[in-house]
Write a new protein. Structure first.
Length: 252
């Protein structure tokens, strides 16, 4: 068994799929894994793959043209999860997809399709919740900063909603877990960047700064509460505790 490995980025994963497919070793004789690999298995050859932009683009074009844009979106969301088998699931999905290009997104009864659909839906649901729970804090210079710690790498799925909501504001959404940030300058396009350790530590201190709107929001949140209908268990069902780490209304 040959196990192809690559960095945990979408471009690297598409490159890994390209090289694994082109190896002609037989699809049943190969597996794909995104790093970190974890414990290595006996009797397996590990073959690391370097990211190649051109190869990645070819795979993306093939998916969009031969399958559908819906299939591509499903694959992209799946790739943003942190499931250890996500890359191999995508590869098996494509094996079936190129055999049945017109039906692949509807074949939910097939294990290859249902496995990708499951991860895609999980990532989509997480991004949806974070669209509602992201809380910005105003810095003295007027820049708005928000921190999140999602389980999946949802930043690329999250920030377009705020492009529409706040196109003329200067803001940042920072994924503290992955040290990446979406940076938006007023009336310009948003871009992603990787933060150094020092940059991330400095930006984390923004949550300690005073913002009068935070106190106003907390006051509003607590005053609209109906004490007789307070139900923490039901609340945790709709908004699990791990989502609330940076939500101002839940912070002391």
């Amino acid at each position: 068994m040959t196990i192809y490995t690559c960095e945990n980025t979408f471009e690297a994963m598409m490159t890994c799929i390209y090289d694994a497919w082109a190896s002609k070793e037989g699809h049943q004789n190969i597996r794909l894994k995104a790093e970190p690999v974890g414990d290595m298995e006996l009797f397996c050859e590990y073959r690391p793959i370097q990211t190649d932009t051109e190869k990645a683009k070819k795979v993306v074009r093939s998916i969009q043209k031969k399958l559908s844009f819906s299939a591509y979106i499903m694959i992209y969301r799946c790739a943003m999860s942190e499931h250890p088998d996500k890359l191999d699931r995508i590869y098996r999905f494509l094996l079936l997809g190129f055999a049945y290009p017109d039906k692949i997104t509807d074949m939910l009864q097939h294990p290859y399709v249902s496995a990708v659909f499951e991860l895609s839906r999980s990532v989509m649901n997480e991004a949806h919740i974070f669209r509602e729970i992201v809380r910005f804090q105003a810095l003295p210079d007027g820049v708005l900063v928000a921190h999140i710690e999602p389980k999946s790498n949802i930043l690329t799925l999250l920030y377009p909603a705020f492009d529409d909501r706040m196109p003329s504001e200067n803001w940042l959404i920072i994924d503290d877990t992955r040290s990446i940030a979406a940076i938006h300058s007023a009336d310009q396009e948003t871009y992603l960047t990787t933060l150094s350790t020092d940059e991330l530590q400095r930006l984390k201190h923004t949550e300690d700064m005073t913002d009068p709107f935070i106190d106003m929001w907390k006051s509003f949140f607590h005053h609209i509460e109906i004490a007789e209908r307070k139900n923490p268990s039901c609340q945790r069902t709709h908004l699990p505790i791990w989502y609330r780490k940076h939500a101002t209304e839940f912070l002391d």
